[in-house]
Design a protein around this ligand. Structure first.
Ligand code: GDP
Ligand code: GDP
Length: 437
């Protein structure tokens, strides 16, 4: 399972940073300390009952200066909904429920992610009566804590860790690698699907019952489970040789959304066309793993330099897919088709790779010393901290003094450093720049 993100949300002064730091004092692998980061850290890797997770204090995230407190809280709640797996909604039992709490609750009720309503500053048992009014927020049983004295934090963390379990269930077949095959008509999608599913080595287990299973094809290779998404039409088509049935674009886009790895087919004899660029663009933007599959290689007249030249052309034409590995195949003669599952598995692994925060920050420090960012209008970009917050695709947040000072070429430099150090082959990377107090 990938490392979950736990966000603390709540209005100012309820005790978010106190709670954050107290949880940090429990079994926490503190990130490498360096100037500017330690004092008020926003992200922290934490551990409870052998579960690792990353905590975010949304209150520490700097927003537009003209934002009112209320609109800042909306943004923070939305951020938590977008980025976190579990949300701790912290309120203050001493001041009681406020309209701002109701506003945050209204936003949080709209997410399907687990929200744990927590009432802070319940320092004595006598005060426990104070938590009852918070039932009104419609977010279930409130948990009383006293962050400052670490009271009841164990119960809270138990609930957090429990919520990771619920999260797991929501994921579709986590052990299976979902593959979609896309490309313009006639590039050989049906032929490739059938070649990959050649009877000699495939266990097809179409579970009856659901429509989704009827159109997906499962197979196992070297003990790894794969699912070819939405393949029924393709299989039928090639079998009864019915060229009229065009595999619809919308359908393949939906297939992309459900997949881990996308096989983007390109015709060897034709090279990259405008339509290919559009389809590849979607594969890229979807954030999925991607492999460029050059098909009909049997029809290409070639010498030893042909693949190299073809790859160069691909890199030129599909600039945004630099990270995608290229494989040359023939669905007809099955040349190299047997290598596809292993390559898919490799890319799927690259997508789910997580890099320790301390390692990332070492990388940033090295990058800064090799190539310091140029000053912009007399102001110098400072990078405080980088952390990975998600996988599939790997997503990083870089905290800087002023996001406006981050030039895209410097971001690309950081991305290249990440790829040099860790690979991340076949997967796009998301780098998000945030300002920080
Ligand atoms: P934030 O703005 O939500 O991050 O809140 P802080 O963590 O900065 O805390 C705001 C104030 O509440 C500080 O003065 C804390 O000392 C106080 N505080 C935090 N936790 C507790 C608690 O459990 N009990 C009491 N009585 N005060 C607390
Ligand atoms: P789709 O529309 O993308 O599903 O393409 P098809 O799989 O139906 O293939 C279109 C045509 O290209 C068919 O006549 C296939 O036999 C042919 N074809 C597919 N792959 C290859 C290949 O690797 N080499 C050659 N020579 N023909 C191929």
């Amino acid at each position: 399972m990938s490392k979950p993100i736990v966000a603390i949300v709540g209005r100012p002064n309820v005790g978010k940073s106190t709670l954050f730091n107290q949880i940090g004092k429990k079994r926490v692998s503190i990130v490498e300390d360096f100037p500017g980061v330690t004092r008020d850290r926003i992200y922290m890797d934490a551990e409870w009952l052998d579960k690792n997770f990353t905590m975010i204090d949304t209150g520490g995230i700097e927003l537009e200066s003209q934002d009112t407190i209320l609109s800042s809280m909306r943004v923070q709640a939305q951020l938590a909904i977008d980025e976190a797996d579990v949300i701790i909604f912290l309120t203050d039992g001493r001041s009681g429920m406020t309209s701002a709490d109701e506003e945050i609750a209204r936003i949080l009720r709209n997410t399907r992610k687990p929200v744990i309503l927590t009432i802070n500053k319940i320092d004595t048992q006598k005060q426990e009566m104070d938590i009852y009014e918070f039932y009104n927020l419609g977010l279930g049983d409130p948990i009383p804590v006293a962050a400052a004295n670490s009271l009841n934090l164990g119960d809270l963390l138990d609930r957090v860790v429990e919520a990771f379990g619920e999260m797991d269930d929501a994921v579709e077949d986590p052990d299976e690698i979902h593959i979609s095959v896309i490309g313009r008509p006639n590039v050989g999608k049906s032929s490739l699907v059938n070649a990959m599913l050649g009877q000699d080595r495939v266990i097809v287990s179409n579970m009856p019952g659901t429509t989704r299973d009827a159109i997906d094809t499962h197979f196992i290779k070297d003990d790894i489970k794969y699912t070819l998404i939405d393949t029924a039409g393709m299989r039928r088509k090639a079998k009864i040789d019915e060229p009229v049935e065009r595999y619809s674009v919308i359908r393949s886009l939906r297939a992309v959304d459900r997949s881990d790895v996308v096989l983007m087919l390109i015709s060897g004899p034709d090279g990259v066309t405008e339509q290919d660029k559009k389809i590849a663009g979607y594969a890229h933007e979807s954030g999925k793993g991607c492999i460029l599959v050059v098909n009909k290689w049997d029809l290409v007249e070639k010498d030893s330099k042909t693949p190299l030249r073809f790859t160069e052309d691909l890199r030129d034409e599909l600039g945004f897919l630099q990270y995608a590995p290229v494989i040359y195949i023939s669905a007809l003669t099955r040349q190299r088709v047997h290598r596809m599952p292993e390559l898919v598995k490799y890319v799927a692994e690259q997508q789910t790779m997580r890099i320790q925060t301390s390692v990332l920050n070492q990388l940033i420090m090295d990058a800064l010393s090799v190539n310091p960012p140029p000053a912009h209008k007399g102001k110098q970009l400072k990078i405080y901290f980088m952390t990975q917050v998600d996988v599939k695709p790997p997503k990083f947040i870089i905290f800087v003094n002023d996001p406006e000072l981050m030039h895209f070429s410097y971001l690309r430099f950081i991305e290249n450093k990440l790829r040099e150090s860790f690979g991340f082959e076949g997967t796009p990377l998301k780098l998000i720049v945030k300002g920080r107090k």
